[in-house]
Design a protein around this ligand. Sequence first.
Ligand code: ATP
Length: 426
Amino acid sequence: MRKVSIGIDDTDSKQGMCTTYVGAVLLDRLKSLGFRLVSWPRLVRLNPNWHLKTRGNCAVCIDVKCRGSSLPVLRETALRTVEELAELGCETTNPGVVLFSSSTVPAELKRFSKTVIQDVVEIEDAERLAQRIGAEYYKFKLGRGIVGALAAIGETFQRDSTYEILAYRKAEYRGRRRVVDAESVVMMDKATFPRTFDNIDPTTGEIRITPHTPCPVLFGIRSQDPEAALEAFRMVKVDEPIERWMIYRTNQGTDAHLRYSSINTTRPFTSAILTGNVSRRPRILPGGHVVFTLSDGDGEIDCAAYEPTRRFRDAVKGLEVGDLVRVYGGVKKKEGLPLTLNLEKIEVLELKKNLLKMNPVCVVCGKRAKSEGKGKGYQCETCGRRFPSGSESYVERQRDLIPGFYEVPPRARRHLAKPLVRIRGI
Ligand code: ATP
């Protein structure tokens, strides 16, 4: 018996389907054929700035035990399932399936996976790598999905991982309004947070576990461990039959997309962690977006908090020139505009001391003396007594902002962004 990994990507369109659902159907079919899972099925989010993604840029991987003689059945079941379920009629849907038999994941494949999560690769890179490591790959139409399929096989979650339990709708319910009992979600959140997270947006009270697309997902709950996912799942009340459900291990909420970088070397379509000083104070743009400029000594970049990030913008507005901050987010370049980092979170490391100069108080009259000009000392306007330059004192002006982390609310969070609750607990 050997381990065979099956990677799948690019099966959906904006009108329907979801690669996680294809994975769930395939797994159920494989189980009924007697195949056994080797590890948790994986849901791997890829570069969130990749321009050809349909929605959340995800791919899936399933690892099963397989006898050599069963490989044709495995292959045939995987390809048939993708062919049957993928939105092949949509021009931009170009599925890819990769089968890889190996007990270990080669270093080269792990590196490829990291690149697809953080950067951009060509489909030819994926084909060459598959050939080098001896992976079988199958392209439907353009077959761009082999990039994500291979990346999903190569992601072993060495640094961090989370889980998501996904409940899927029966075909006849897809496209209809999702009826999930809000009260039950609130109770579930109370009972399981922070082992589950991002169930509710605290800024709006909005339920975040249901998508708003015509895909087969009824709801999804993100968690630290599979037990919490299952416990939470059992508490959610819905008004329609659940066709099937599945727990995936994922890189969601882990910051796997971010790379420590410097402003000069950071590139569009990637995501970065940059440290520097505020070099231009926050400006409010039409639409309520807030932008400030960051400098790290070698370069400058605009950092943006968009309107949907709501109260997060208040923290950003509180910044002043000279403040030392660390920013996290996706780098974008728009025609005619400077390079911009779309903020996912920010750590205020040091606030610039804001000292207010106080003229000396006249020892006789008790009133503040007046400055005679730069370096010329002070004079009391009432009694004429003089005070030398240097007799002034300074008080620190209080800032509204305090050092620490600030993050966008769940409603504006990217799948890969690590929520603060996972960094520091409640
Ligand atoms: P879903 O979430 O339902 O799977 P999606 O948002 O993941 O949809 P896809 O339809 O899978 O989007 O389209 C993304 C396509 O781009 C896939 O073919 C994938 O292989 C490819 N791709 C993803 N990330 C990269 C990247 N960093 N570089 C090159 N190609 C990529």
